[in-house]
Design a protein around this ligand. Structure first.
Ligand SMILES: Nc1ncnc2c1ncn2[C@@H]1O[C@H](COP(=O)(O)OP(=O)(O)OP(=O)(O)O)[C@@H](O)[C@H]1O
Length: 308
């Protein structure tokens, strides 16, 4: 499949450059997660893609057209945006909000035709929002509100959907529901789903690609490749509270490994690299300098490490 969104030699920022030398592409059907620390320029990047902030250098193409040459309306036909818990229009029901997505295709005074109305009903049904069709937005739960905003983007019918932190205000169950929905849209409706998230640990399970902004550079690639080539993204390192902590060697299933890492880094500020923990038969075998001790519980590990 051909690249649909293409960024060429672009530089993003204001007076100062925030992200330089960006050369990235996305194809229809791909889901891409945008990550990076606070202030690296993720919102700036998104706004630049929307043509709201001029590029410092380079070009952006959507379907081979330079976005500079697209009118606002043409751009809206290509990209819809879902902001997290943006302003909620008062007096709007779920139906009104979703119908709003259709108006980018018409003058404001236009009345929706029967096909439009059918499509809106279908979107509401697909999003399992039928029972809330006439509910005011401010009366919805955060998960359903997020779905309603996604519904508006769907009514807009654009091939690209940007979502800014779509899971931030949601509990675990709703996060996964929204991420599954996005995955489904990418796969079955052939859309480019592009979203930023600080919840990337869950989100990465749903994204084909990651765009990772670090040190003013945008790294882009298959999610797993980006995670493997950036130690700080690999699971346990993120918890490093103590600077002087060096982890031991751990041989264990993922859950036990993560729990042990988390436990040790909270409690020890020292180098434990000479110790080997292996999880066997529900016990921890702890070996160091030809000594081997067995711990049944995490509680036991504290005493053992004190004496080791
Ligand atoms: N209009 C502007 N003019 C000049 N600088 C700006 C403007 N808007 C934002 N900035 C600066 O650009 C930098 C990047 O901001 P941006 O909001 O793009 O980061 P971000 O990665 O989205 O951050 P966060 O994760 O906190 O949302 C910040 O230092 C910010 O102060």
């Amino acid at each position: 499949m051909k690249n649909y969104l293409h960024i060429s030699n672009a530089e993003f920022g204001y007076e100062k450059t925030l992200i330089s030398e960006v050369n990235s592409n996305l194809k229809l059907g791909e889901i891409c997660l945008l990550i990076g620390s606070n202030g690296v320029g993720k919102t700036t990047l998104i706004k630049s893609l929307l043509g709201q902030i001029p590029l410092l250098k380079g070009e952006i193409f959507i379907k081979d057209k330079n976005i500079k040459d697209l009118s606002k309306e043409d751009l809206a036909k290509q990209i819809s945006v879902v902001f997290s818990k943006g302003e909620i229009p008062p007096q709007y029901t779920v139906y009104d909000l979703i119908a709003f997505g259709k108006y980018i295709h018409y003058p404001y005074y236009f009345k929706l035709n029967n096909d439009d109305k059918k499509e809106i009903d279908q979107i509401i049904e697909n999003l399992h929002l039928s029972e809330f069709k006439n509910t005011y937005l401010h009366q919805l739960s955060d998960g359903n509100l997020q779905k309603a905003f996604i519904g508006r983007a769907l009514a807009q019918n654009s091939p690209i959907i940007f979502l800014d932190e779509p899971t931030t205000h949601l509990d675990e169950e709703n996060k996964i529901m929204i991420l599954k929905l996005l995955r489904n849209l990418a796969e079955n409706k052939d859309k480019i789903i592009f979203f930023s998230s600080h919840d990337w640990r869950i989100a990465k399970e749903f994204a084909d690609k990651i765009w990772y902004v670090k040190d003013k550079i945008l790294q882009h690639g298959i999610s797993e490749d980006i995670i493997l080539s950036n130690a700080e993204l690999a699971a346990p390192q993120i918890f490093n509270i103590h600077k002087n902590f060096v982890p031991p060697k751990i041989s264990a299933p993922d859950l036990q490994k993560e729990l042990l890492y988390s436990f040790l880094q909270k409690n020890y500020q020292k180098n434990l690299s000479h110790i080997h923990f292996s999880f066997l038969n529900n016990n921890w075998n702890i070996s160091s300098n030809n000594q081997e001790i067995i711990a049944k519980k995490f509680e036991d590990i504290i005493d053992i490490l004190t004496n080791l």
